[in-house]
Design a binder for this molecule. Structure first.
Ligand code: BDP
Length: 975
């Protein structure tokens, strides 16, 4: 070896297929305390988190600082393109901060120690210091970092075959200094494990972000193509992790991004990303030939459709020569796709792949096909495996980590390893949709590691998911990683300082999936909060424990999908809502868990390799953490520990929530070791997490007790349950709302229950004697205001000093309030004639055509009707259609207001659009299943009354729903 130094084997573990996964960092335990490392709070300047892990604070230890200054104080770059310039800029910026002296790139070779960066093609010095042969095999993205001594002078060299490698190497070198690694003997090569390392943004053009918890989108479509510094910082952040692609729009996207004015804006953005080696991609809407091209079909076999995409690709590449390609969500959750034309996913993907091929572009085609909840776990496998080998070589199937949807616990997706002849990549969710948003600390790297380390066995032992998506099992042409990002316009990018650890972890794993969670947590902490060993140890421990803690208080043993669906007022997938998600968790009075076995369940287990299937199929060998994801068992089923399932569930909910209090205490120990601003922000977040964890614990424990009626051996409590989906309340009237008070103690109790109601409501207490383990239904008197409404009610029982579960009723489905028919001009309960009608209300069914003398009726097209049998009498049924329909209503003189109720007790509900005289008056948002909303439409009967037409419609290729239509004269609709 020319340097005479024994080369350390930190060769890319991924490239070698090794499991070393070492970052070469010293462990926190062995880290030497930095003298004077515990300055008073005032000495640590406030930080807002904007710099993320690219904080280049000065090295504290004088000896170490001196060594770094001597080695890196001079920076040499000779030639090279824009990526090398970015690398040198970053080094100058970073080293100036870290060394506390001005570092500027120069081109001439110095006679003293220096940092030398570049490629042999551009730099004579690099050519001299690193044999070209050492670089040849590194590809365009790999690099060497090596100490070389020449003529008695020490050079620290970051060398690569191509400019992009220099950029990544520069960030690596900075990381070494940020984490205070010695450079005297540095010598390693790196190359990424996969060519695709992509950041997916679910950002909308109006600035909102689907499943975003860090403010609005920072892609400012109003201002673009005008650029903002934040775009550059964004590109730096991606490059620092080795991320080389960004999809900038939501998977649920309109076609707009493929045409002006977006193309100009995209081209500007691509220009910024390009300087950091990041290719720009967009999500394409499959119906774009219709929506933008004016064609009447998007059929992949239609020559005009084909020609349209060909022209579109040409147009895009004319503007953005290095455009990455398309991401597509097709035939899933109502998105258009090739199946609409009787074609396959492969046909659809190949259409776009064909258009992109001449330019080197690719199509990432999502395997997330969610249509019916009952088939959710198997659909992707069933749709895609028959198509193996049929996808074009520049199409890649993008597979979520698990078969459902980014839950806190799922098995690895059965498609991994099942597509030997189809390029595959994995999609991970960095944004914490189901794992606590930006409120709960949930470090997901350990979860991702479990999935990546899962052995699919599909191509023999060792065909792990990591090896599949890094192209080491099958000979894929394209493969890699997509991460659904957690970035927004929040100053600290992720809304929570600690959530950025997930962003960092995702990027680093996509570069090398063999890195360990421990090493990544430590690395991120050092770069984000500094190298004080106590901070490093505490924060990494908090991170590493957080996923299991979250799992314990939300859904142990794979109980599954229990989060509240989104609606207009709640972001969704955050609070617990077990009563509205029974179709996902399948628990009932007899037992708990979702039977996915082949023997008695839905057969999902059969999608795995035989050994895995056998383990999953059997109660004894099934991994305990997946027990209830795969099996329906009695509450008394015994676990390996000897505990019953129900006792285990009680215990983990309580212990998990208690650990959050400990986490906050641990964090408190970092006061004065972390700057006050970030310290306070994180402390506040732990406070919110504590409240949330208690809510999860209480809601779930109450729910499982109610179903099982098996007492917790260690604790007793009182709880109350409102079933708002069962009762419709009459506005302005005294109703009796049934509330079940349940006694989970060992003795009978006298109880008093109060109802927490929204402002303007009245309610009275109710008393009841409740025997041990029994529930009593008390009738709670309640008077809501008269206007139609949807409200969340919360019942709170008490009995002396008995513990009361605090949040057992929050965020369950809402109760609907309707005005009594006698107060209404029209009181119409929509649905089929066969379904029940609310007392006093009139049925609005498909049969009700308008005729002379009628008060209301359909004009022209009559819609269909459905009774779901779920929910209260008003919400269980509705009329629906994809075609528009006109509802004519006779109005009395004077102003009045129509209130239209829309939603679906079963599944998500598309927009209902209401027009009067062709002018849009109201439109509902898309709602998840079980969510409803009232639309208000002001009307006027004039001086003598008249008929008005409500024109009901949906967006193209969607269906509208109407559950009830109430018209109130305006003096009555006031609250
Ligand atoms: C679910 C999200 C939904 C996404 C969908 C998807 O709730 O917003 O559109 O996945 O991945 O996780 O397409």
């Amino acid at each position: 070896m020319s340097s005479g130094i024994r080369r350390r084997s930190i060769l890319s573990a991924a490239a070698l297929g090794s499991t070393v996964g070492s970052l070469g960092l010293s462990s926190p335990a062995s880290a030497q305390p930095v003298p004077g490392a515990e300055p008073p709070a005032s000495a640590l300047p406030a930080e807002d988190g904007y710099d993320l892990w690219l904080r280049y604070r000065r090295v504290e230890d004088p000896g170490q600082l001196k060594r770094y200054r001597a080695a890196l104080g001079t920076l040499v770059r000779q030639g090279g393109g824009p990526l090398q310039r970015s690398a040198a800029d970053e080094l100058a910026r970073g080293l100036t901060g870290l060394l506390g002296t001005r570092v500027r790139p120069r081109a001439d070779a110095p006679s003293h120690a220096a940092l030398v960066v570049g490629t042999p093609a551009s730099s004579p010095l690099v050519r001299e210091l690193v044999p070209a042969a050492d670089l040849a095999e590194l590809g365009d993205e790999g690099y060497i970092v090596r100490r070389v001594t020449r003529r008695g002078v020490d050079f620290t060299v970051v060398a690569a075959h191509a400019d992009r490698g220099v950029l990544y190497g520069a960030f690596h070198l900075l990381r070494l200094v940020q984490t205070r690694q010695p450079l005297e003997r540095v010598d390693f090569t790196e190359r990424p494990a996969a060519p695709l390392r992509v950041a997916d943004h679910w950002d909308n053009k109006d600035g909102s972000i689907e499943r975003g918890y860090a403010g609005l989108s920072f892609f400012d479509w109003e201002e673009l193509p005008r650029l903002d510094d934040r775009y550059t910082d964004y590109a730096r952040v991606l490059a620092s992790l080795g991320i080389n692609g960004a999809v900038i729009n939501n998977v649920n996207t309109p076609a707009d991004y493929l045409a002006e004015p977006f193309l100009t804006k995209l081209a500007a953005l691509a220009g910024v990303l390009r300087r950091y080696g990041v290719a720009l991609y967009v999500t394409a809407n499959f119906a774009a030939p219709i929506d933008l091209g004016g064609l009447d079909t998007a059929d992949p076999f239609d020559p005009e459709v084909r020609a349209w995409w060909t022209r579109k690709a040409e147009e895009i590449y004319g503007r953005i020569e290095d455009f990455g390609g398309f991401l597509v969500k097709a035939n899933s959750e109502g998105r258009p796709g090739p199946l609409d034309y009787g074609r396959t996913h492969a046909d659809g993907a190949n259409l776009l792949a064909g258009a992109l091929r001449p330019y080197g572009g690719i199509v990432m085609w999502r395997a997330f096909v969610h249509d019916t909840d009952a088939k959710w776990d198997r659909q992707a496998y069933l749709d895609f495996t028959p198509l193996d080998g049929k996808f074009a070589d520049n199409a890649i199937v993008q597979i979520k980590n698990g078969p459902i949807d980014f839950q806190v616990r799922e098995p690895a997706h059965p498609l991994f390893g099942s597509l030997p002849r189809t390029n595959s990549m994995i999609e991970l969710q960095v944004t914490q949709e189901y794992t606590g948003h930006a409120t709960h600390l949930c470090y997901l790297v350990p979860q991702w590691k479990e999935v990546l380390d899962f052995d699919t066995l599909k191509a023999g032992e060792g065909s792990t998911v990591a090896r599949v998506v890094t192209g080491r099992v099958h000979s894929y042409a394209h493969f890699g990683f997509a991460g659904v990002m957690n970035f927004g316009d929040a100053r600290n990018w992720t809304g929570s300082h600690l959530a950025a650890a997930n962003t960092h972890g995702y990027g680093r794993l996509s570069w090398n999936p063999d890195l360990s969670a421990q090493d990544l947590a430590t690395e991120w902490t050092r770069m984000t909060f500094g190298n004080d060993p106590h901070v490093v140890e505490t924060v990494s421990a908090l991170l590493l424990d957080s996923w299991h803690t979250y799992e314990d208080y939300t859904s142990p043993l794979g109980t599954g999908y229990l989060t509240h669906p989104p609606d207009g007022s709640v972001t969704g997938h955050f609070d617990p809502s077990p009563t509205t998600t029974t179709q996902f968790h399948k628990s009932d009075r007899e037992g708990i868990g979702y039977d996915r076995t082949a023997a008695t369940g839905d057969g999902f287990t059969e999608l795995y390799a035989p050994a895995t299937r056998d383990a999953y199929e059997s109660l004894e060998n099934c991994p305990e953490e997946l027990l209830l994801f795969l099996h329906h068992v009695p509450y008394t089923h015994r676990l390996a520990s000897g505990k019953t399932v129900i006792q285990h569930i009680y215990d983990t909910h309580f212990s998990g929530a208690a650990r959050v209090a400990d986490m906050r205490t641990e964090w408190e120990g970092l006061r004065r070791r972390v700057d006050l601003r970030r310290f306070t922000d994180v402390h506040r977040q732990f406070g919110e997490q504590l409240t949330g964890a208690a809510q999860w614990r209480d809601t779930l424990v109450a729910y499982w007790f109610d179903l099982s009626r098996i007492r917790d051996e260690r604790r007793g409590w009182l709880q109350a349950i409102v079933a708002p989906a069962d009762t419709a309340l009459l506005g302005g009237e005294r109703n009796e709302l049934p509330v079940q008070v349940v006694n989970a103690t060992g003795a009978g109790l006298r109880t008093v229950t109060t109802l927490e109601v929204p402002e303007g409501w009245r309610s009275e207490e109710a008393t009841a004697y409740v025997a041990s383990r029994e529930g009593e239904t008390v009738k709670m008197p309640v008077v809501p205001p008269s206007a139609p409404a949807l409200a969340t009610l919360h019942a709170r029982p008490r009995s002396g000093a008995v513990r009361v579960l605090d949040s057992s009723l929050r965020s369950l489905a809402k109760v609907v309030v309707v005005p009594p028919a006698a107060r209404c001009v029209h009181a119409l309960d929509a649905g089929p004639d066969s379904a029940p009608v609310l007392t006093g209300y009139t049925r609005l069914s498909p049969a009700g055509g308008w005729h002379e003398g009628a008060d209301f009726g359909w004009v022209g097209n009559t819609p269909d009707a459905t009774d779901t049998g779920l929910f209260d009498v008003v919400r269980r049924d509705y009329v629906r259609d994809s075609a528009p329909a006109v509802l004519r209503l006779k109005l009395p003189a004077g102003p009045c207001t129509a209130h239209l109720l829309t939603g679906d007790p079963n599944t998500f509900n598309r927009s209902l659009i209401v027009r009067v005289n062709g002018i849009e008056k109201a439109r509902s948002e898309q709602l998840d299943g079980r969510e409803f909303t009232w639309l208000r439409i002001p009307l006027d009967g004039g001086s003598s009354g008249r008929a008005v037409d409500l024109e009901l419609s949906a967006n193209e290729r969607e269906t509208w729903h109407l559950s009830a239509c109430v018209v109130l004269a305006d003096d009555r609709s006031r609250v």
